[in-house]
Design a protein around this ligand. Structure first.
Ligand code: ATP
Length: 316
């Protein structure tokens, strides 16, 4: 059995004049949470819909659970759970019946006890008799995710599962997604949220304009791109002395403070402390800021993915 649940090789997709995917390749390991991170229009939804068998790639190949999408789309679809868009919920059907009906669509006759157990898992047990319109945004998102589980899938494909939610509802969904992973499921999701990718996913693929720019664990990406750690200290040493410290790549002065960027933080920090001792200066208020996935994203794309999900051009 392959260690990979999903293997995507050089897929391309064009919509008229728009080249939505331009040779995207990645593998998703069994039992991992894999995030595709990128701005609007990067090609995330297109990639997912090709994995789900909803759209066909123009070129390249997709294998899911060892089966080829070109020849086994039906078998694959049965073993994947796809999170519904909340807009596809049926307005006149109470939550529990909604679950049951979607089960039927997958050919599963769910017992009432099974429906209620799933609703319980998603914190929706109390809402079993309510109509979807009477649920909060977070509850609707959770219902859409619960419906993805009606066929007990090995792989879950989630397109922006926490989009538009407040931080608390988002955290609740993260806990549920982790729980589903702990049950042995493989999870592929897309997100605009840097924090979501960094805290939830084992590995992250950064996608922009139909191309995968980087792939790895958040830690690997930071290392691969030689991101530097920032050490901020009071402006009490001459710049040329600081520049002579080991592993320093850049120095900036900002409102009475100095920021040292280093590729080896322990080495630079130790040398800085020795320098202070030699000069008999007390070095208080030193701050160390390790690099983040946000820094990696900025380096790769020239954009910052801000919290309101609008990519903005970086000022420096
Ligand atoms: P978002 O985060 O906004 O959902 P995305 O990363 O999921 O974006 P896609 O939805 O895959 O990106 O779109 C990739 C590109 O293809 C975009 O330029 C989009 O406008 C275009 N596109 C997507 N679907 C279609 C379609 N059915 N017809 C024409 N163009 C499309």
């Amino acid at each position: 059995m392959s260690e990979h649940a999903i293997e995507v090789h050089q897929i391309t997709k064009r919509y008229g004049a728009i080249q939505a995917l331009n040779g995207v390749s990645f593998n998703v390991r069994r039992g991992e949470i894999f995030a595709l991170l990128g701005p609007n229009g990067a090609g995330k939804t297109t990639t997912l819909s090709i994995i789900e068998g909803i759209r066909q790639a123009d070129g390249g190949s997709v294998q899911v659970l060892g089966m080829d999408m070109d020849t086994h789309a039906r078998q694959i679809k049965r073993r994947i759970g796809v999170q519904l868009q909340t807009t596809s919920l049926l307005p006149d059907l109470p939550v529990a019946d909604q679950m049951w009906l979607f089960g039927r669509l997958y050919g599963v006759a769910m017992k009432r006890s099974h429906v209620l157990a799933l609703l319980e898992l998603f914190g929706l047990r109390e809402q079993a008799h309510r109509l979807p319109d009477h649920l909060s945004g977070g509850q609707r998102q959770r219902l859409a995710l619960a419906i993805a589980l009606v066929n007990d899938p090995e792989i879950l494909v989630l397109d922006e599962p926490t989009s538009g939610l407040d931080p608390q509802s988002r955290r609740m969904l993260w806990d549920i997604i982790r729980k589903l992973r702990d049950e042995g499921r493989t999870i592929v999701l897309t997100t605009h949220y840097m924090e979501e990718a960094a805290t939830l996913a084992h590995r992250v693929g950064i996608i922009e304009a139909g191309k995968l720019l980087a792939l790895g664990t958040p830690g690997e990406l930071i290392k691969q791109l030689h991101q530097s750690t920032a050490i901020t200290l009071p402006d009490i040493f001459p710049v040329e002395v600081l520049a002579a410290l080991p592993a320093i790549v850049e120095i900036k002065r900002e409102s009475g403070r100095v920021v040292l960027y280093t590729y080896d933080e322990p080495l630079s920090y130790q040398a800085l402390m020795e320098l202070a001792r030699e000069r008999g200066l007390a070095l208080n208020d030193v701050r160390i800021q390790p690099p983040t996935l946000e820094d990696v994203f900025l380096q790769l794309t020239g954009y910052r993915l801000t919290n309101d999900m609008t990519p903005t051009v970086a000022s420096s």
